[in-house]
Design a protein around this ligand. Structure first.
Ligand SMILES: [Zn+2]
Length: 295
């Protein structure tokens, strides 16, 4: 990479890091998306007629669903997400180390095992388990209540309604429910409705899995990069004070990301206008960060 000297600043990494990140996401995304879909399939297998009867009787998510769902989410975050976070933040951090070393022909080595990274992994992992679990309980509970309000009293019918929805967000569940209502109104037979619902739900599951993959890889990658800069600063590898700038990515970046980009270069430990230290600021965020040192 050409070293760009502007006034008294030296660019460490620029917009090209955004391309690197997006290429990395394309390569890695199925490592998260496939296990996510496999988990939802396993979770939906637990929705049997027998356990649906319990849900119908209590009007809420039964322990027979909740407990295995929670366990599977914990395992997914620990075995898949956390591993992919570690890999992504290492790759992001190493890319920065390469840029730093090119700058001054030095031997800075990014350490992905430092305490701040461990604390981040624990914290983010715990948060993700709670978020995924809460979202799943809420959306299933809402769907259950909705079906009860629609006078669904057969555990067979209810099971067929809930099973394909396991793993979808509440918004997605509502979209499928509306789809079912529209088909019912048109007089479409239950058999065909179930087939169409299965197809629609499959599409939504795949999209959600990819959305989670893109977001988690990007978040960890960007976290690894800022940590590499912090480490390089502490260890004295940088020829000045580091600064960062948000680089809005994607075809049509949103106003939040454009607002962050408009802030220009800010201090390393300052927050961008959205309140974030680095991307992502929302699901599917494709932004990256450029770094430079001020002398
Ligand atoms: Zn963005």
């Amino acid at each position: 990479m050409a070293i760009e000297v502007k006034e008294r600043s030296i660019v460490i990494s620029n917009g090209r890091s955004g391309f690197k990140l997006r290429r990395y996401i394309l390569k890695e995304r199925n490592d998260i998306a496939n296990p996510a879909q496999a988990m939802w399939a396993k979770q939906s297998d637990i929705v049997t007629v027998k356990t649906t009867r319990l849900a119908l009787e209590s009007g809420t998510v039964p322990a027979e669903w909740r407990e295995p769902w929670e366990r599977m989410i914990r395992e997914f975050v620990r075995d898949t997400i956390t591993q992919e976070w570690i890999e992504s933040l290492s790759v992001g951090g190493e890319a920065i180390a390469k840029d730093v070393n090119r700058l001054q022909r030095k031997q800075f080595d990014f350490d992905s095992t430092m305490t701040s990274v461990k604390a981040w992994l624990d914290n983010e992992g715990g948060k993700m388990i709670v978020d995924l679990t809460t979202a799943q309980m809420n959306s299933t509970h809402a769907l259950l209540q909705n079906q009860i309000a629609l006078q669904v009293t057969s555990p067979y019918v209810l099971q067929q309604r809930i099973k394909p929805m396991v793993g979808l967000t509440q918004r997605e569940t509502i979209a499928v429910s509306r789809f079912i209502a529209a088909l019912t109104e048109e007089g479409v037979s239950a058999d065909i409705i179930n087939k169409q619902v299965a197809r629609y739900a499959k599409f939504l599951h795949k999209n959600r899995a990819l959305r989670i993959a893109r977001t988690e890889i990007s978040n960890a990658y960007n976290f690894g990069q800022i940590n590499a800069i912090r480490q390089a600063t502490v260890e004295g590898w940088l020829p000045g004070t580091p600064e960062k700038a948000w680089i809005a990515g994607g075809i049509d970046p949103c106003d939040i990301c454009l607002g962050n980009e408009a802030a220009g270069y800010i201090e390393l430990d300052a927050s961008f206008p959205s309140g974030d230290d680095h991307p992502t600021t929302h699901p599917n965020d494709e932004c990256a960060v450029g770094y430079r040192v001020r002398r």
